[in-house]
Design a protein around this ligand. Structure first.
Ligand code: TRP
Length: 462
């Protein structure tokens, strides 16, 4: 080691960076939608059970690998688990690469809606505008899409280029408090709407008759996605954690914050939707509908103080996405830094621009270029974007997650994992034996069930 490895300035610095990675489009876009599709209530309860029994133990496992090895994902798995486990690390780097390439496109949309809503705030919402048509126009406008995702990629590259302290930690420390404040403002406004009671009942009152078996698996798959697990993002961030910080405490806070934010975002969106007659049918029509078609208009027609909350909301989406994309790029960039001895600046520029080449393909796959929009490997999922998302969500994250639980649970010694988790700083409620049981048996069984479901029952999480 020619140079001392950078470390987060404090536990709070790490917690905010990791929470920033976890909170993203998964919380604001995917979770509300799948909660809607699965009739709320029972689904939310099952999701919470998955977060606690699979998500939390794997979160601790990933951070533990990173902190122990003090290397990025490939080197960390090799060092902490065993030589052959580098393969799982490469799988993770590839996964980060692909996920980043298309995540950036949706993140770009939030920039578009920020400028749109800001314009409406200043000059009024154009009467008679069909927001569905506006959405269709913007996604199929190739130049616009390229511009938006380029802008977003440049922002991501810049933060990672500046490094752990000056880039990632400084950004997440500034952004997350802002994000919490914006969400609180939105929550207050949403709770004043007449539909809020119905929304809360929909989300929190379980009726098990309505939950399909597929919903259980979807809840499990999403718990990986939303916590940034299964591809080494938390291993990488964990490698900058110093030994005086408790993995157990920090994991618990990250998981709790991610979950609370997902629920708050859902309460906000559903309160708006339930307050408008006829909106429920419209929302069901498409995955992107809720965030980018229904909401933009509703801010200007229904939501109290919506004229200025609207643009603020899309700033929130963009910032939440940015704190996730930087963690994805960090996985790829730090791999080249640690394993191939390239400087951070060079590595970030090269990996960032290589990813962008693939972002171009995803950005043009919403109608701008017919060959990309119709691109199909998996039946029923046309488009470069959907194909990539399908591959990552259904195959890469679950298999990566399974490998990590097996590696930590079965191939690392009891002493090694215990030494990381029980280090004198752990909270009083923590029982090492319980964690070990979950990581060896419960988590692999649950993730295994997801993979079997995808393999043999044609289940689709994306
Ligand atoms: N957790 C992010 C979200 O909810 C998405 C995500 C999945 C992710 N895996 C990741 C982000 C790995 C960073 C790293 O939107």
């Amino acid at each position: 080691m020619e140079e001392r490895r950078a470390h987060w300035g404090s536990s709070l610095g790490f917690v905010l960076a990791a929470t920033g990675s976890a909170i993203g489009l998964g919380n604001l876009w995917k979770f509300p939608f799948i909660t809607w599709e699965n009739q709320g209530g029972a689904f939310v309860l099952v999701y919470l059970a998955c977060i606690a029994s699979v998500g939390l133990p794997i979160m601790m496992a990933e951070i533990l690998i990173g902190r122990k090895a003090q290397r990025s994902v490939v080197g960390a798995l090799r060092e902490a688990v065993g030589p052959g486990w580098a393969v799982v690390g490469w799988w993770g780097v590839l996964c980060g690469f692909i996920l980043l390439s298309y995540y950036t496109v949706i993140a770009g949309w939030s920039l578009f809606y920020f400028t749109q809503t800001l314009e409406w705030s200043l000059s009024g919402f154009p009467g008679g505008l069909a927001t569905g048509d506006l959405f269709a126009e913007q996604v199929s406008n190739g130049r616009l899409q390229l511009g938006l995702s380029l802008l977003f990629s440049v922002a991501t590259i810049l933060v990672v280029y500046l490094g752990i302290h000056r880039g990632i930690e400084r950004l997440t420390r500034t952004v997350l408090p802002i994000l919490f404040v914006i969400l609180l403002l939105l929550l207050f406004s949403a709770l004043r709407m007449e539909g809020s009671g119905e929304a809360i009942a929909f989300i929190f009152r379980p009726s098990f008759g309505e939950l399909e078996p597929q919903g259980v698996l979807e809840a499990l798959g999403h718990s990986f996605f939303t916590l940034s697990l299964g591809m080494g993002a938390m291993i990488t961030y964990g490698s900058y954690v110093s030994r005086t910080q408790s993995i157990v405490k920090m994991s618990a806070v990250i998981v709790l914050l991610d979950t609370v934010i997902a629920l708050v975002a859902t309460v906000i969106m559903f309160s708006v939707i339930f307050s408008v007659a006829g909106m429920e049918e419209q929302v069901g029509a498409s995955t992107v509908g809720m965030l980018f078609i229904s909401l933009p208009e509703l801010f200007f027609t229904e939501v109290p103080f919506g004229t200025w909350l609207g643009p603020l909301f899309y700033v929130l989406v963009a910032l939440a996405a940015l704190t996730s994309t930087i963690s994805l790029l960090e996985v790829v960039a730090s791999y080249f830094i640690d394993q191939h001895g390239i400087t951070r600046h060079k590595s970030t520029l090269i990996s960032g621009s290589t990813v962008f080449v693939f972002t171009i393909l995803a950005a043009l796959s919403f109608g701008a270029v017919p060959g990309l929009s119709g691109f199909e490997i998996f039946a029923g999922k046309p488009g470069w974007f959907s194909t990539a998302d399908h591959f990552v969500s259904n195959w890469m994250l679950p298999t990566g997650g399974l490998a990590i639980t097996i590696g930590v649970g079965w191939f690392m010694s009891r002493e090694a994992t215990k030494g990381e988790l029980v280090d004198g700083n752990e909270p009083g409620w923590f029982r090492y034996g319980v964690w070990r049981f979950f990581i060896r048996f419960v988590a692999p069984a649950a993730v295994g069930a997801v993979i079997v479901a995808v393999l043999f029952f044609g289940f689709d999480f994306s």
